[in-house]
Each structure stands twice: as structure tokens, then as C-alpha cells.
Design a protein around this ligand. Sequence first.
Ligand code: SF4
Length: 331
Amino acid sequence: VPCPKAMAFGPCGGVGSDGGCEVDGHLCPFVSALAVPTIERTPLPLHLPLPTIIVDVVAPTHWNMEVRELWHQGADRLVGSVALIREDVVARRPRNEGRIRSTQQVIKLLQRAGVPSIATVTGRNRTVESARCHIGQLRDAGAVAIHCVTGDYPRASSNRSTVCFGAEAMTLAAAAVDEGVPATVAESPASPGFRAHRVKVKQQAGASLCLLNHGGDASNQISFADHCRAVGVTIPLVAPVPMVASKRSALALAGRPGVQLPHGFLDAIIDAVDPAAEGLLAAYIFMRELAASGRFDGINLSGSAVGASSTGQLSIADNFIRRAHQTWFGS
Ligand code: SF4
């Protein structure tokens, strides 16, 4: 059965724990294959201070503030961190009064505030050639790196017939290097397949840094980092920290393909009287363990800090960012 994402360098991170394809459940043909064909590129220098704190930047979930003002306030809170810009960061909503309509605008706005951006490019509905063109536009806008991921398959409710994958993490990483911009990649430690070897292969394809996906407890992440080093991975590894402050955002994160949250994390948020405080405490404990291990070159605050309003959302993200800086840099 062919791969629904048309991957040549699988498996993707969404393969199920039983080895089933994330799309239709058939046995993923890549799971048991150690040797994959490789693309060879030399990773470009990534000009980021290490360790680093990388923060997921998503489209606003609330629209009770002028959009441009919302982005400016968000940029202020990101100073000292690195923005990881999701591909769908610019929501097409009727109330986009501030006219922030492209990822390039977001990158430039953040850059003016002194915040470097890593821009995500997926292989969804894109050929390698069209990806190369888009990568060039993001580079010219000021992105310090391109986050090269195959991308999730749309949910069953989506119109699948309009989706096709013409590029994937490996080919995108090589394309970024060819365009003269460093590539970052992701890997899912908890997913079946030879995941540490995949990080090595992505490094060979030109990746300069790997962001790990949520893969269980801190001890699981530490073991995975050790495994990566044992197979020859030399690029920086960045560990994920859940940034959730509500039952809704916790469930959304837990539902992403390839995600395994730390033991007891989801139940603690769901049962909490104050999920925001519980999420922050859990993140702090998790970050302390990761920092003490000395295995990681930074953390990725990953998830969407969904709040009751635009300002609530910003304030929640601000709390996580401050706590991360205190934990990693004592500031
Ligand atoms: S799990 Fe991913 S790599 Fe494997 S067949 Fe499905 S889409 Fe392709």
C-alpha cells in the first residue's frame, strides 16, 4: 500500500504505536526499515545563541484586540527567545483588521522587535520546487532558519481529495540548504521506527538543529538524546515542554500525531481547579529535569497557550516564557 504522503524517506512521526499508518491504519512500510536512502548536504551554521528557548507561535485564537497590536504585544514578550512560526500562523479571519496577512509580515514584525524567527515549511500541497521558492521568500523576509517537516495529514473531517504531499522533511532540509538558509527538523522519539537514526539521516540531509516532539517523561527524552549521540548525531537537540493552560489546549496537544505527553500530565490538567497554574507547575518541574540533565541545547515551549481573551493568551504565554528563562538562565 503506498504511503498517503508519498514519502520516500519515511516513516513520518504520525505512525501509530502498532506500526499502523496515521491516515488509514495500514502497516507503514517504513517502520521496520533501518536503512533509508539519504540526501547529502552540509548543514549551514545556525546563528542562534545556545542554549535557546524556542516558542511556538500560532495564529491568535481571540479577536478582541486589533491584530497588529496583538502581534506587537506578542513580540515584546518573545524578546530573548526564538519564535517558531507555524505554517498556518496567519489565520484568514474577517476581523484581521491589522492586515497581517503573510508569514513574511510576521517575521519582519518580530525581527523589528529583536526576535529571530524559524519559519515552518511543510510538504503539504507543495512540490520541492514550490517549497524552494517559498523558502527563498521566508529567507528574504529575515527567517534565521526553516523548520522542515513533512506535515500532518488532514483529519478525517477534512476534504482529503485536495491534499497531496510533494515534499517531505528530508527534501525540504536539502532545499533550504540549497537556498542558503539553515534547516531545522523535528523527530518523534515515542513513535515506532529507528528514530535516532532518522535524526542522523536528517543531519546528513542538511539539518542544523533538531526539535524533539513530546515523547513522554523527561527520562525518555534524556535516553533518546543519548541514543542520538550514540549513533552519531552531533547537531543541537532541543527538548519539548508542553505549554498548555487549559483542558482544551492539553487535549489538542495530546491529539497531535506522534505526541506522548509526560506521565500523568493530561489527567493533572483535566482534573485541576486551576489548569493554568497546574500547567505552569508541570512545565517548570519538567524543565528543571531537562536542564539538569545537560543533554539539551534548549527547550521548545510547544502547544498553544489558549486563554479566555487575547490578553489572557499573551499573559499565559508570558508566564511560560518567564519561567523557562528563570529555569535555564536564572533570569
Ligand atoms: S505512517 Fe506516515 S510514513 Fe507511514 S505510510 Fe502513513 S503517512 Fe506514510
